[in-house]
Ligand binder design. Structure first.
Ligand SMILES: [Zn+2]
Length: 324
């Protein structure tokens, strides 16, 4: 039995990015601990969704706990930072309690304690661009790296990411996916992958809410994003620099397939993953991108999860288990 800690920025990230992998790990008797940097306080929510006196942070924490139960995780922890929102920038500010502005060592100390408490063998974080440039996600990458160094448990790190080539190709070739993405503008409760797919990291929108009122044209086509990789880690900066040479939505989203090491087939766990996504009802409503997909398209969009092991060179051999 191994101990795996999955570190995420906001409730719903865990279900979208790694829900299938988590369900599989639990089914194989491993111990999975979910750690959230924030409660997703600045996501958007439909008017009237929250009960009287309930804050969005409280609602999203409850959703995360429900999703964790569905996935069967052993423990769930919150580091206690505030959601920074998509418009914020990374940069330490000790007066702020926003995660993106947190002191990396301080945040990493909190995470490292959890890593040691559960004897973590593997820690999953995000790629250096945080999937699509969200400052909290980029901070997950940094804090995760630092925590793994600090922890006595010395866990192996894997970056959860999205296969950029897969999604760019899907957008061109899969009519159903393309139409579902175009319809996103009519949705009022949208989750992150949906947001990422449709917006390509548009800085003008909020974190969990894609205001994709784009008149039928996929917002991905016109999104502009000048995301700079500011990571100080040498290896990472080298990787990241490659990504910033030509800043288009296409190369801001996810990670190139040629640099992904792990391709996890989660088809057998797709129902559990969908249920965990649905648990985040404040962000992912019935009319959202995911709910519009046919069962076949769900497999294409959500049936594989991707990780990069920064210590391994990508090769033609696509690794199929996070233990590879
Ligand atoms: Zn997020």
């Amino acid at each position: 039995m191994s101990s795996i800690v999955c570190f995420h920025a906001h409730p719903d990230d865990e279900a979208l990015a790694s829900g299938g992998t988590i369900a599989q790990l639990v089914a194989e008797q491993h111990r999975v601990t979910l750690v959230f940097a924030t409660r997703g306080e600045v996501g958007e929510v439909d008017d009237g969704f929250l009960g009287a006196g309930t804050t969005l942070g409280e609602a999203r924490e409850a959703e995360a706990r429900k999703a964790a139960e569905i996935l069967g995780v052993a423990g769930i922890e919150f580091l206690g930072y505030k959601d920074s929102g998509l418009e914020n920038t990374v940069g330490e500010d000790e007066k702020s309690d926003e995660f993106a502005k947190s002191n990396v060592d301080e945040a990493a100390t909190r995470l490292a304690k959890i890593l040691d408490d559960v004897g973590a063998d593997i820690l999953t974080t995000y790629d250096p661009n945080g999937g699509y440039g969200h400052p909290d996600h980029i901070q997950v990458h940094r804090v995760g790296n630092r925590a793994a160094e600090m922890a006595k448990a010395k866990p192996r790190i894997l970056w959860a990411t999205m296969n950029r080539d897969h999604f760019m190709n899907l957008r061109e070739t899969n009519e159903e996916v393309r139409l579902a993405m175009e319809g996103v503008g009519e949705s009022t409760a949208e989750g992150e992958l949906e947001h990422e797919l449709s917006k390509g990291g548009d800085e003008k929108s909020g974190d969990e809410k894609g205001d994709a009122s784009s008149g039928g044209e996929s917002a991905l086509d016109k999104s502009e994003n000048g995301n700079e990789d500011e990571d100080e880690d040498e290896n990472v900066a080298e990787d990241g620099n490659k990504e910033t040479e030509n800043e288009t939505p296409e190369n801001n989203f996810g990670w190139p397939e040629s640099e992904i090491t792990h391709f996890i087939d989660v088809t057998d766990y797709i129902d559990q993953k969908m249920d965990s996504i649905k648990a985040h009802a404040s962000q992912i409503g019935e009319d959202s991108f995911f709910m519009k997909l046919s069962p076949e398209a769900r497999i294409i969009v959500l049936g594989t999860e991707w990780f990069v092991d920064p210590a391994q060179k990508p090769s033609d051999k696509k690794l199929g288990s996070i233990f590879d």
